[in-house]
Design a protein around this ligand. Sequence first.
Ligand code: G3H
Ligand code: 13P
Ligand code: ZN
Length: 315
Amino acid sequence: MKEDKIMPLVTTKNMFEKSMKEHFAIGAFNVNNMEIIQGIVDAAAEENSPVILQASSSAIKYARIGYLKKMIEAALEEHDIPIALHLDHGADFETCKMCIDNGFTSVMIDGSKYDFEENIAVTKQVVEYAHSKGVVVEAELGKLAGVEDEINVSASDAMYTDPDQAKEFVERTGCDSLAIAIGTSHGAYKFKGDAKLRFDILQKIKEKLPNTPIVLHGASTVIPELVEMCNQYGGNIPGAKGVPDEMLNEASKLGVSKINVDTDLRLAMTAAIRKTFAEDTSIFDPRKYMLPARELIQETVQHKIRDVFGSSNKA
Ligand code: G3H
Ligand code: 13P
Ligand code: ZN
């Protein structure tokens, strides 16, 4: 434990301001259990980087909110870096309120399933409550496609975030950051052919909203070595494909402030556990397979922070 004062959880305000000024992105990593939290914060501390720990509703249901909070408190006692705790994909006002009341410093209200006016209404409601408690709000405009969605070109065009609407949305809701759709999608199967992101749309959005931090969901690389490792040791994840590192690096330079990563952590954990089991079938002590899992998560997160997002030494 640190001898000096313990750093409290922070909001994303200062880290985003710095990211926009200095053209780097901050990793927002999904957490579900102790080893994932430790792997991420150890990586961020090693790189002296700010970091966002985010929990989805299903992660909160799985780990239970009290455990998540206490484990993250423990991380703050150990490390001296800015850590924000964020609700990922809050489905409604009540979920956001519950997280705000439980000490989260940032929440996402995901109204992307609604039409424009309904999305504005629910986002405004969350912003009003969150700001009254000193909490920041991420909202979403546009729809993330899945590779399984068979959509024609004009339909897929309609799913991208419209830059004019984005400006109106931010002005009318007062949200603190905006998640946009420029071609990414959640999970391990993001592209059928080559990876393609609409950087032209990102640039137009940044022109209209130069001071609004932009968020990229569905931004895992689906690291080929990790997919290969899973498959080599008994997994079956054929044809998985994500956003290449160079594109994420480009996005962070073009004004994306927050890059969301879940799938790559799932792959790292699974790959390490599969390898351990395959190499020694006599193992049944969980520490023997959770330790390499935690180490591979740390290595994966450090690579992203250092080589892709550019947030090393920005704590
Ligand atoms: O965007 C979704 C995140 O990967 C969280 O997924 O709801 O299964 O925890 P989850
Ligand atoms: P990935 O599935 O690409 O890791 O995206 C995670 C995410 O966007 C969480 O909100
Ligand atoms: Zn997401």
